[in-house]
Design a protein around this ligand. Sequence first.
Ligand SMILES: [Zn+2]
Length: 424
Amino acid sequence: MEKSSDLVRRVLHSLHESSADSPGVTRDAYGAGETAAHAIVRAEAVSLGAEVSVDAAGNLFMTLPGTDRSLPGFMTGSHLDSVPHGGNFDGAAGVIAGLAAMVALRESCMIPPQDFTVVAFRAEEAAWFPISYPGSMAALGKLDPDLLNVPRSDTGRSLAAHMAEAGFDVDAVRHGVAHIRPDMVAAFVEVHIEQGPVLVGRNIPVGLVTTINGGFRHMNATVTGEWAHSGATPFSYRQDAALAFAELVVGLNQWWESQEVVGIPLTITFGKVWTDPNMHAGSRVAGEVQFSVDVRAGSSAVLAAAADQLSAAATSISSARGVKIAFGSRFEWSVEEMDSRLLDRMEQLAANICLPVLRMPSGAGHDAAAMAAAGIPAGMIFVRNTNGSHNPDEAMDAEDLDRAVALLALLASTPLAALLDRSR
Ligand SMILES: [Zn+2]
């Protein structure tokens, strides 16, 4: 029988082959790339003898039966889509870890006490549909029907259209038909590459996530001043949108630094900044600057303080410079705590196999947040990864994924309903 470590390398390789799009890989949500990845993973699950089902939104569920099928099951998994020209590991590593854990359980002749299900969620990368976790939200029957109209960033066609084209049941998704019933799931644990530099910096192979950060984002914010001649408009006559915007960025950055020095982690990012190319010129005072701002933190109080800071800065800069600052519509997502009993148990199991782990927050959002928000005890295992993610240079060492697989298999062997008080 193939070893779990061999499965990890072989399936990573075939996913790469199926979606190579130099540089990197492209697995477009509800498109050819994601669909090919689902077919590969599904075939692996079938050959492992898992029970396979697909829900109305195209999420794929692969189940190894446990000794007591009436117990709520243990679920793991992640997503199979990637950003355009992304790396091969973001998302896929977590689904492959689940399949490899099935093999690891067999290697040790272990039948898990409860069903063990690996899920491959759809459309997690907001690069395609700029909303939070439509795949897992649909699996939970909680996708807001209005979000089915959100266009895919490259095609401009709606989520509903792409879902239908890929062969799924949009009406069932619209009506909130759930495939995952929270009371049927004892716990959900997502394996995912770390998307930042912490584990590499600390030289620790595996992280255990404590909290998935929440945040808010304004995509269509503007500073409105007055277009004017650069040479003919003296200082006191200007309503310079570029200067006002610069002041806003510097002010928020100073506040962020003041939080950083007292140990309050958050991020503030002005990711998109532009002036209208039909209006701007090298010899013109900028009359309007458009920008985005994205704020994330592990505490809703910190997010509220950042929002206050933004609006206070906007008010004072507006009156000092004679401009108007409007943030426009706000998209937000909540902070989700991972289950502390699950964290403690994972830490214990890792110690049993001499696996060093680090407790850490997740700055990025994940399907595990949707599961936690639905009341399912959730956790995440981060895998050390060099060069960040959402780029073709992601570099996870497969041996680190093997370590996460070993931990996952031990967790799957644990009677979780009793541990987490999830008896039905
Ligand atoms: Zn991901």
